[in-house]
Design a protein around this ligand. Structure first.
Ligand SMILES: Cc1cc2nc3c(=O)[nH]c(=O)nc-3n(C[C@H](O)[C@H](O)[C@H](O)COP(=O)(O)OP(=O)(O)OC[C@H]3O[C@@H](n4cnc5c(N)ncnc54)[C@H](O)[C@@H]3O)c2cc1C
Length: 416
């Protein structure tokens, strides 16, 4: 098996396209490659279709900071070490600036590390792993333009059939559109821009920082090749400031960050990357008895909390865990897909919270109390970090015990 692109692919592609598969996956990026690799390892025959011709193709609009909640999944999949081998940077604890002070990550806080590898390296790596997995046919240059029951039609007019079709084709999912799947769209009231620097010096606590400027947010994190990503996520009411000279507005924003990175000896090695509008989109992850959606095709969340890549890896793992056995052994696929949908509720719950945060409204009294308490209370700080890294369900932070403790801490901290 392997990667087939350009002219070499066509001869092989013709033969493959006349065959049936156990699973057809549309989109060979994070979610699609992960699912294909796992299905292949489970002994299934997989067609992995990607519209781009080059195996080096990658998503450019992505900050690629993969939260600690994905660490275990990446290790289980065998992706963590190859990512490190390609130069990925690991972040063990983020310092969070709040108006009550810095929340400093305690050493050995037990929250799993985040990892960052630019998509120009990550996407080709995942394709390489998928293409090298027995049973997986990575078919580059095959855009899906139609759907039939239990099958897809490509732009070359070929029909491929399988027991399960998986839409891993991102935010604007063609598969979901072709299947007539309803979209639940919510507004995002922030915009975002970032740039990469060589020689940037972090001056805040932790090995990366987040600024909660209410309603604006900013980040500074390490990425591969020793580069630093500096990003700003202002509320849309500041869009006009960025209209004329975007870079000057960005520089002004970064220069005013309390304890922000020192860029005096640094060199910016990229243009600004970003977007002024990115609504949140959600679709049923199991819209038909023969169709599942994973990654952004199911849930494209607000980019600000950097959840999307993690959701793509995790939803792909949940789907393959639930369905590989029944697909291989002729078991009950409907039941397996219901299991996948239940697992996906982990994402749905966080997405509900993310959609609230994406409105860029000031934090409520409870949010302020939890943040302020986390400045002085390592127990709350750890829970806040586990929540931020999506390492545990939202109840790790949003529970009566944390709330009571935060309120007590706040009362104790008040001057008599
Ligand atoms: C501005 C921005 C910043 C972000 N920053 C972060 C971050 O820091 N951390 C984080 O975790 N997430 C981040 N995200 C989210 C992250 O980029 C996505 O969640 C992630 O890429 C989803 O992966 P995916 O595999 O589901 O989809 P995608 O990566 O979008 O891949 C979809 C694939 O399907 C292919 N495809 C599409 N249509 C077809 C078709 N018809 N036929 C065949 N192939 C097709 C595409 O070419 C592509 O390869 C950010 C998103 C944005 C917009």
């Amino acid at each position: 098996m392997g990667t087939h692109h350009g002219c070499q692919r066509h001869a092989l592609g013709r033969t493959l396209l006349s065959m049936d598969y156990d699973v057809i996956i549309v989109g060979a990026s994070i979610a699609g490659c992960t699912a294909a690799t796992e299905y292949g390892r489970a002994g299934l025959r997989v067609a992995l279709l990607e519209r781009h011709r080059s195996p080096q193709a990658h998503k450019t609009l992505c900050g690629h900071f993969i939260l600690g909640g994905t660490h275990e999944v990446l290790r289980r999949l065998g992706f963590w070490q190859p990512m490190l081998d390609r130069g990925a940077a690991v972040t063990t604890g983020l310092g969070v600036w709040t108006d009550a002070g810095w929340i400093v990550p305690a050493p050995g806080h037990g929250v799993p590390p985040a990892i960052s590898l630019r998509r120009s390296k990550l996407d080709p790596l995942l394709r390489e792993i998928a293409a090298g997995t027995p049973g997986v046919d990575l078919l580059m240059g095959h855009r899906v333009t139609g759907l039939v029951e239990s099958g897809v039609v490509t732009d070359a007019g070929r029909t491929l059939r399988a027991r399960l079709v998986v839409g891993a084709d991102g935010h604007h999912s063609a598969v979901a559109r072709l299947a007539g799947v309803p979209e639940d769209v919510a507004p995002n009231e922030r915009f975002l821009f970032w740039a990469y620097y060589e020689g940037a010096e972090m001056t805040g606590p932790g090995d990366g920082q987040v600024w909660q400027l209410d309603p604006d947010i900013a980040v500074c994190v390490q990425v591969d090749d020793g580069l630093t990503l500096v990003g700003v996520f202002p509320a849309k009411e500041r869009l006009a400031e960025f209209a004329d000279d975007r870079l000057a507005a960005f520089d002004r924003f970064v220069a005013r960050l309390p304890g922000g990175p020192s860029l005096s000896g640094a060199r910016r090695v990229s243009n600004l990357v970003g977007t002024t509008d990115y609504p949140c989109v959600r679709r049923d992850p199991v819209p038909r008895p023969w169709l599942a959606l994973i990654g952004d095709a199911a849930t494209a969340s607000d980019p600000v909390p950097a959840v999307g890549c993690g959701w793509a890896f995790r939803s792909a793992e949940w789907l393959t865990d639930a369905t590989a056995g029944p697909l291989r052994d002729g078991g009950d696929l409907g039941r397996a897909l219901r299991r996948y949908r239940r697992a996906h509720q982990f994402i749905d719950k966080y997405d509900d919270i993310g959609r609230q945060d994406a409105l860029a409204t000031p934090p409520n009294a409870l949010q302020r109390a939890i943040r302020a308490a986390a400045v002085s209370d390592p127990w709350i700080a750890r829970r806040l970090a586990a929540f931020g890294m999506r390492a545990e369900a939202p109840s790790v932070l949003l529970n009566p015990k944390v709330v009571a403790r935060a309120l007590l801490t706040r009362r104790a901290a008040r001057p008599a």
